[in-house]
Design a protein around this ligand. Structure first.
Ligand code: PMP
Length: 445
């Protein structure tokens, strides 16, 4: 493949943008390809190379790159009527109504402009509502570029994971390993009266794909309720992808107090949202006292894109299609892994998938983490399936990034750039695309 144009664009970018990119994961080695355009389930780069795209913008593009006519015309109409106004519009109300109608725990929504802004605001809201300062997050969990959750360390021995964050901020953030019920109990035994909220993704989607073990979310729900703390589900990735329009909370039948959204709810435009019970969400200004505001929040073009995308998904068999392809892909990958790399693990559910380069496991058992298995103890691979972030950290991350990713790219398959981030199937993908991806995996593995 020729990458001349991308290389020269990257040279220019390096002089004027830090690391040549506007979001760090995009700086793939030795240089990223620059995208010229999207085409259904594919992207075309600046040199005219076409890739089967499983990155899908890191999650927002449920429908792929060719938006259906109803979505396109809603976006174009809004844009042609002036991009935004600094006054409310009907389309914001319609999207909030749609979310309340479909997501079990959500009665009210505040729209913002990114997943990061959503989790920042959700944490402030939980602290304001409870009058407490501490939050509990999962070790290695990711909730965007925000001060309260960029922490490393265990329990109450935490420190900021980036320079530029005062160490005193991390004192208010406690961590537990995902899926560790005992650690949850113990952190609440020690700090229960000071904890405002537990913040977790229902399925870790930024650190491998890690499924909840049976009863983990129920434990979080019970313990938070018992101690007067809130449960915040960060559904920035899983929202309107896992469990369809009911989101992961519907699939797992858990009723969080607050939910953060992003990605799909904006139909490919910058978005975030904080939803939940009216009594809590109404604590945001101007209804309540917890400050929250934004020039671009509820942007009409974004709202129209999100609303029409979700309406389209509701009226067509989008979730059936992407989830069926997801199952086919994971089943095919399972066979390939069993044959070629039995220590590796296939993870994912619905339209999310990832092959994790796990290191151990019995030779005679397939590397299959059954989709949505909730890490069942009767699974033959139960012992070897990653259960939390540190398990994923132990995988062959270097090999994944250095050898596997470029080998897939050279075969025209665009995957997320490291071992950690989930990959996605969109409505424009076809069975042939899945077959092509499986052939490429076979070759690269
Ligand atoms: N929460 C989760 C679970 C995410 O996956 C992300 C982004 N990948 C964020 C928050 C932050 O969202 P954004 O990048 O839109 O700020």
């Amino acid at each position: 493949m020729n990458h001349e144009q991308s290389r020269s664009l990257y040279d220019r970018a390096l002089s004027v943008m830090p690391g040549g990119v506007n979001s760090s994961v995009r700086a793939t080695r030795p240089y990223p390809f620059f995208v010229d355009s999207g085409d259904g389930g594919h992207v075309v780069d600046a040199d005219g190379n076409k890739y089967l795209d499983f990155v899908m913008g890191y999650g927002p593009l449920l429908l792929g790159h060719d938006l259906p006519k109803q979505v396109q015309s809603a976006i174009q109409q809004r844009a042609s009527e002036g991009p935004m106004y600094g006054a409310p519009t009907e389309v914001e109300v319609e999207l909030a109504e749609f979310v309340s109608r479909h997501v079990p725990s959500v009665e009210m929504t505040r729209f913002v402009n990114s997943g990061t802004e959503a989790t920042v605001s959700a944490v402030r809201l939980a602290r304001g509502y409870t009058g407490r300062e501490k939050i509990v997050v999962m070790q290695c969990g990711y909730h965007g570029a925000q001060e309260s959750t960029l922490v490393e360390g265990k329990g109450d021995d935490t420190s900021p994971s980036s320079p530029g964050i005062p160490s005193s901020f991390a004192e208010h953030t406690l961590t537990v390993p995902f899926n560790d019920k005992a650690a949850v109990h113990s952190v609440f035994e020690e700090h229960g009266d000071d904890i405002a909220a537990v913040l977790t993704e229902p399925i870790l989607g930024n650190y491998g794909i890690v499924h909840p073990v049976e009863g983990f979310h129920e434990t979080l729900r019970d313990v938070t309720e018992e101690h007067g703390a809130l449960l915040i589900f960060d559904e920035v990735i899983t929202g309107f992808r896992v469990g369809g329009l009911k989101c992961a909370q519907g699939k797992f039948d858990i009723d969080p107090d607050i939910t953060t959204f992003g990605k799909i709810v904006g139909g490919g435009f910058p978005v975030g949202a904080i939803g939940g019970k009216a009594e809590i969400i109404e604590q945001f200004t101007p209804a309540g006292d917890v400050f929250q505001s934004g020039t671009f929040s509820g942007h009409p073009v974004t709202m129209a894109a999100g609303l029409e995308t979700l309406r389209y998904a509701a009226e067509h068999d989008v979730y059936d299609h992407v989830n069926t392809l997801g199952e086919q892909l994971r089943a095919g990958l399972t066979d390939i892994v069993a044959d070629q790399a039995p220590e590796y693990t296939v993870a994912g559910t619905d339209s999310m998938f990832k092959v994790l380069f796990t290191r151990e496991g019995p030779d005679d058992q397939t590397g299959h983490c059954e989709a949505g298995c909730k890490q069942r103890p009767d699974c033959p691979r139960y012992e070897y399936c990653p259960k939390n972030g540190s398990d994923v950290k132990q995988t062959e991350t270097e090999r994944w990034e250095r050898l596997f990713w470029p080998a897939m790219k050279e075969q025209g398959i665009f995957l997320t750039a490291n071992q950690f981030e989930s990959q996605f199937i969109c409505n424009a993908h076809t069975e042939e695309d899945i077959e092509k991806a499986l052939d490429a995996y076979k070759e690269a593995l």
